[in-house]
Design a protein around this ligand. Structure first.
Ligand code: SAH
Ligand code: SF4
Ligand code: F3S
Length: 444
């Protein structure tokens, strides 16, 4: 079905949002819309928003302001805004009051209604606001138009029950719900048949997969089932909460040949006192013990993490404990965040919010500690032959390919762009802090 209409979606936030945008693309393309990258050429613009930190939120407001003049030039343009920010009433009120030119407001739980919302808007020309407070039964069968044709995201669960005291996600994504294993496997089979090589299983805390299922299938068991699917070569997953990472899962990772040697395992803070106030439900010692077990079973694993700096009440000693964990684990890399106050979370009401200058000073020290570790973790690849899934070409030179190792390291090497989506072997010749460089090779 062609309707000659063009759409674009801008996405902020995590992989969950990225994949939601792929689902919206799927629905829109079924309606006959085609994708463009240019706002000026669009008949429909959707902003898929994130609320996790203040700067994510501010960016959306900045970008929305710019759409006002576009709408003036083209009154038929439909502007939709959805995602985590829309789950918050105060944000919706601001949009209604200050950005009256927005046509559609919907949330994380009802994005499958997009075609209906567009139809309603077309009939009434009014602003349509439809946000569900809670996610009900998981909606299956929404077609996704994926960004890549060789690697894919798959939701295995939605929502989060952990209520870390700084985090808004449980309020924007609702309670934890696991998808039925049959639905997940059918999606994996379909992707394998279409030629996909790599899948990433998505959930806010994949380690607690299965708790809401009658069968109580564990995440480790799910991994073992997916590992049997022919055609899929690599399995990744995001995110693992340390409190729920079982030995059973470590063994499954060790035994399943397709599960990549990479684990993203956020620790957030090193001080037990801070971890407790964060409601993380593990101690520094437990975390380090877990890392020890993982390294023992999967010696070449690459470990990445999330760290928050400047949580309310964080003292210099607390922060030094964070640095100690970083050094002791020797992470391959880390996502580092300045604590951001989120209204509606318990931490926002805590006293002793840390002044910005101290936060920034600690943040810099954290980066200075992480950088040499990343460099060192890459150095051991020198002279090694690694398997790389070719993802694309360099922006400036299309004879330079880039791709990722199983350990999720970015590699650049010379080759033909026709190799995109293929698994190749690359001999590493240069190691840098954030990337590896090498040459194509046919050695194993
Ligand atoms: N469910 C995932 C992470 C979701 S949010 C997990 O638990 O690991 C991604 C990261 O954002 C978190 O790991 C945390 O480090 C960071 N984050 C969440 N809320 C934050 C806040 N209020 N301020 C700063 N960083 C935050
Ligand atoms: Fe947020 Fe914690 Fe849930 Fe992750 S586990 S989404 S940090 S509440
Ligand atoms: Fe942001 Fe929502 Fe993801 S708040 S980090 S887009 S779950």
């Amino acid at each position: 079905m062609e309707n000659n209409k063009k759409y674009m979606i801008e996405t902020w936030g995590c992989q969950m949002n990225e994949h939601d945008s792929e689902k919206m693309s799927g629905m829109l393309e079924t309606m006959g819309y085609s994708k463009v990258e240019d706002r000026e050429k669009s008949d429909l613009i959707i902003y898929n928003t994130c609320l996790v930190r203040e700067n994510a939120e501010l960016k959306v407001y900045g970008n929305l302001g710019e759409l006002k003049s576009l709408k003036r030039k083209n009154p038929d343009l439909i502007i939709g805004i959805c995602g985590c920010m829309m789950q918050k009433k105060e944000v919706r009120d601001v949009i209604k009051e200050k950005y009256g030119f927005v046509d559609l407001i919907f949330g994380t739980h009802n994005l499958h209604k997009l075609p209906e919302l567009i139809a309603n808007h077309n009939q009434t020309s009014k602003m349509i606001v439809d946000v569900w407070e809670e996610g009900g039964k998981i909606v299956e069968g929404v077609p996704a138009k994926r960004k890549h044709d060789f690697k894919a995201f798959i939701n295995i669960m939605y929502g989060c029950n952990n209520f870390c005291s700084y985090c808004i996600v449980p309020y924007t994504r609702g309670r934890e719900r696991s998808r039925d294993p049959e639905d997940i496997l059918n999606e994996v089979f379909k992707l394998a048949k279409e030629g996909y090589k790599e899948i990433t299983l998505l959930g806010q805390n994949v380690n607690s997969y299965g708790k809401t299922l009658e069968s109580k299938l564990s995440f480790a068991q799910l991994l073992r089932m997916i590992n049997e699917v022919d055609g899929i070569e690599r399995i990744r997953f995001m995110t693992s909460h340390p409190k729920d990472l079982s030995e059973e899962l470590i063994y499954a990772m060790r035994d399943c040949n397709k599960v990549c040697e990479h684990l993203h395992i956020p620790f957030q803070a090193g001080s037990n006192r801070v971890l407790k106030i964060m409601n993380r439900k593990y101690t520094k010692e437990k975390y380090l013990e877990l890392i020890g077990k993982i390294k023992k079973e999967i010696p070449n694993i690459s470990l990445t993490t999330d760290i928050i700096v400047g949580f309310p009440g964080e003292t210099e000693e607390d922060f030094e404990e964070t640095l100690n964990v970083v050094k002791e684990v020797g992470f391959d890399s880390a996502f580092t965040f300045l604590y951001s106050k989120r209204e509606g979370t318990p931490a926002a009401k805590m006293e002793n919010q840390i002044p910005d200058n101290i936060k920034h000073e600690r943040f810099q020290r954290l980066l200075d500690t992480l950088k040499p570790l990343s460099h060192k973790s890459n150095e051991k690849y020198n002279g090694e032959v690694v398997e790389v899934l070719v993802e694309g070409t360099s922006k400036t030179d299309d004879t330079v390919l880039s791709g990722r190792t199983r350990t999720n390291k970015l590699v650049h090497f010379k080759g033909d762009k026709g190799l995109r989506g293929q698994l190749v072997n690359v001999k590493i010749t240069t190691t840098k802090t954030w990337t590896l460089e090498g040459i194509l090779t046919y050695e194993e």
